[in-house]
Design a protein around this ligand. Structure first.
Ligand SMILES: [Zn+2]
Length: 297
């Protein structure tokens, strides 16, 4: 069971969001800024995302009539503007995912500049401000939460405090949280990336994906929320995406699920609250005012 389940539209048993983080080659440029431009293997691995996987993924969504959420760093929007245009043309959502995939913990104190630079790119390339944000490597900080609220954004998707969407409350305002977790992220099974510190055995497609489908079954039984956090250059590869597409098709045809973008889920939560039908669980931030061991005397 889950606490406080969300009544989904039309009595659906579970909301499903297949979200993509389209990082492309931003990962190598932020990790190795001095010589990334000469590292052709990781650049090419990243470029597989926008150039090969994204058209494949969009084709699947078009055929199945799905709209979903994509998180794309600002630099990737500038570098691959055709991809941004194709994603928006099909009615999908693009969320804020940093400028060059900078880690908010490593850039602490300087996030305003990175964050607002990215908002400017969204306005220029996408013609609109993003409604949601996912922190690179999930490393969200209070600094970023405050910036999101200041800029009127609606949801974050980087934290892990519940099974289903909930609310983040701060002194300055509130956001929804669309919670992630590592069991529904394709980085552990499929990433192998020595340059950024991941030396992992790569799982076979069905083995790597099977954990995701077990997560779905538990959420479905509980009337919950199933979200994948996946990357075009990993799960958009031929054999893996073939299996994901088959799963989406089978699930759409045989289960009572609501495929939605994260902003559509935020809209639905607004409506439920306004009508007094359901209210989210609340996490109050900041969690702590300072180090829990306190300052030295
Ligand atoms: Zn990312």
């Amino acid at each position: 069971m889950i606490r406080n389940p969300i009544p989904w539209p039309n009595g659906a048993k579970c909301a499903v969001a297949i979200t993509f983080d389209m990082d492309a080659d931003s990962l190598i440029h932020i990790a190795k800024p001095e010589d990334a431009h000469e590292r052709l293997y990781p650049i090419s691995m990243g470029r597989y995302g926008p150039m090969v996987a994204l058209p494949r993924i969009l084709d699947t969504y078009r055929r199945l009539g799905l709209r979903q959420s994509f998180f794309i760093p600002g630099w990737c929007l500038e570098t691959y503007p055709d991809v941004a245009e194709a994603v928006l043309k099909d009615g999908h959502e693009i969320g804020h995912h940093g400028y060059l995939h900078e880690d908010p913990v490593k850039t602490r104190g300087a996030q305003r500049e990175w964050f607002e630079r990215t908002l400017d790119v969204h306005l220029r390339i996408c013609g609109q401000k993003p409604q949601g944000y996912r922190a690179p490597v999930y490393n969200i900080t209070q600094e970023v939460v405050d910036l999101m609220i200041e800029h009127g954004m609606r949801y974050d998707s980087s934290m892990m405090a519940d099974d289903i969407p909930y609310q983040l409350q701060t002194a300055n305002g509130a956001l929804y949280e669309m919670p992630v977790h590592w069991g529904t992220d394709d980085w552990p099974p499929f990433a192998h990336y020595d340059e950024i510190g991941y030396m992992m055995p790569v799982a076979g497609p069905s083995h790597g994906l099977s954990g995701f489908w077990e997560e779905f079954e538990a959420q479905y039984d509980a009337g919950g929320f199933f979200m994948l956090i996946i990357h075009p250059f990993l799960t958009g590869r031929l054999a893996r995406w073939k299996q994901v597409e088959a799963w989406i098709t089978r699930t759409r045809d045989t289960r009572d699920v609501w495929f939605a973008t994260l902003s559509e889920i935020a809209d639905h939560m607004d409506t439920l609250q306004r009508d007094g039908i359901w209210h989210p669980s609340v996490e109050t931030l900041p969690y702590y005012q300072g180090p829990v061991l306190g300052q030295k005397e």
